[in-house]
Design a protein around this ligand. Structure first.
Ligand SMILES: Cc1cc2nc3c(=O)[nH]c(=O)nc-3n(C[C@H](O)[C@H](O)[C@H](O)COP(=O)(O)OP(=O)(O)OC[C@H]3O[C@@H](n4cnc5c(N)ncnc54)[C@H](O)[C@@H]3O)c2cc1C
Length: 404
């Protein structure tokens, strides 16, 4: 059946706009819709690790982000109390991290999708996923002016976040689920200089992190076990300041700063969903959601956009069958994130690190190559599987001993 569009993408933020952009750049007919209009914010902090910056660079968008005045982040500090592990998060080719406001980043991505030739409809709500004989065929929705509209496509792509309408409509199989583990609240502070550092403080059942963002502001997020969410939300400011008081030197810096925004917070479940089926696909949080403690979501959304758009391009051009390329997409995603998912879920409990990790961290503290490796692992630049491989742990311990 000839449809008006090859793909309709629902959701135009970190996963949806790049997917639409990459498909449109390949010459496919793409409609991308979002109930939001842009620029607009969303409940999310926004550390962009170096490999996410590398995606933007590949797409020709990193210079645009830098031109918005987004501060550069050259090092990450993990303060465990007795010692701090400091290192470089990236590689020679992609050295820097960023922390762009979502108002800026998402707008830049939406504009890039439109520039590539995708039709963008902002303020458009999808109410229903249409299907015939078990195959998704399109969407029914409405714009802000009201009247219902039906659109058809060969594939409907859910880039519609963790509460995905598409995933619900097709009953996408969910696997390797874990309940919410962490809850977090964040705000923005002026007069809290970070000098290019992303700082994380890990204390027993508490943690917080700070990163410089647009407009001279610093993002500070604090976290608690999810079981405390109801209690924390009753006294957000008090809970936030008490968590930060666990690191007195940072608390002093914060007291000298001024809070410039209300607190926003969330707690999220952890899951994978099968990301494709007849006439549909999922990218970003719609297909895979993990706790935000390791700040992997945008990086993962960009990776999905690239892999899924590449797969769909092969299907649309008839080079390979849809099921084959989408099966590869699912496998590549699951393999890429498997070790990071487990590491993230472990961290999100805010329980003290397992004894072996504590010993390793204490040993590598002060030894720069090993500290860089730890930081790169947390940034998603190398996989935890690679970092924790026995031969790598052995080499780091030997290097640290030799260094002493
Ligand atoms: C508290 C918190 C902190 C985080 N911190 C970080 C961090 O520091 N770094 C990081 O990389 N990630 C972080 N994340 C994760 C990150 O926010 C997500 O991974 C990322 O936003 C996923 O992008 P997405 O495009 O898949 O979905 P979303 O950003 O959720 O976008 C989905 C879009 O779909 C639209 N939509 C949904 N349903 C419909 C519909 N029916 N019709 C029309 N439009 C629809 C929505 O309006 C929305 O704009 C954090 C998340 C949270 C909750």
């Amino acid at each position: 059946m000839k449809t008006a569009y090859d793909a309709i993408v629902i959701g135009a933020r970190c996963a949806g706009s790049p997917t639409a952009m990459l498909l449109a750049r390949k010459g496919h007919r793409v409609l991308v819709v979002d109930r939001a209009t842009f620029p607009s914010d969303t409940v999310s902090t926004h550390v962009l690790h170096p490999l996410a910056g590398a995606s933007l660079a590949r797409w020709g968008l990193l210079d645009r982000l830098i031109a918005t005045g987004c501060p550069l982040i050259h090092s990450y500090d993990f303060d465990f109390g007795p010692f701090t592990i400091s290192g470089k998060p990236g590689t020679a080719a992609a050295a820097l991290a960023y922390c762009p406001r979502r108002t800026v980043l998402d707008k830049l991505l939406v504009d890039a999708a439109a520039e590539a030739g995708a039709e963008v409809r902002e303020g458009f709500v999808v109410d229903e996923i249409l299907a015939e004989d078990g195959r998704v065929t399109g969407v029914r929705g409405h714009s802000r002016s009201g009247s219902p509209v039906t659109e058809q496509a060969a594939v409907v792509i859910g880039a519609d976040g963790r509460h995905s309408l598409v995933a619900g409509a097709v009953q996408a199989a969910q696997y390797n689920e874990k309940p919410p583990l962490l809850c977090g609240y964040y705000s923005y502070w002026s007069e809290l200089p970070m000098d290019g550092r992303f700082e994380t403080y890990i204390r027993r059942l508490r943690g917080f992190a700070a990163a410089p963002t647009h407009d001279g502001l610093t993002l500070v997020i604090a976290g608690w076990p999810a079981a405390e969410f109801e209690e924390v939300r009753k006294h957000v400011e008090q809970s936030y300041l008490s968590a930060i008081d666990l690191a007195p030197a940072f608390a002093e810096r914060l007291r000298a700063a001024k809070r410039q925004a209300p607190f926003a917070g969330a707690t999220v479940p952890n899951f994978f969903r099968k990301p494709y089926g007849p006439g549909w696909a999922l990218v970003g949080d719609a297909g895979y959601n993990r706790d935000f403690i390791t700040a992997q979501g945008i990086l993962d959304a960009f990776a999905d956009a690239e892999t899924c758009a590449g797969a769909l391009d092969q299907a649309f051009t008839g080079a390979r069958p849809f099921d084959d390329v989408m099966d590869e997409y699912q496998r590549a995603r699951d393999e890429r994130v498997a070790a990071m998912y487990e590491f993230t879920c472990q961290l999100a409990t805010l329980e003290p690190p397992p004894p072996e990790l504590q010993q390793l961290l204490a040993a590598i503290h002060g030894h720069q190559p090993a500290m860089d490796a730890f930081v790169r692992m947390n940034a998603g630049t190398i996989s935890p599987a690679e970092f924790f491989a026995p031969e790598n742990v052995g080499a780091m311990m030997a290097g640290a001993r030799a260094g002493r």
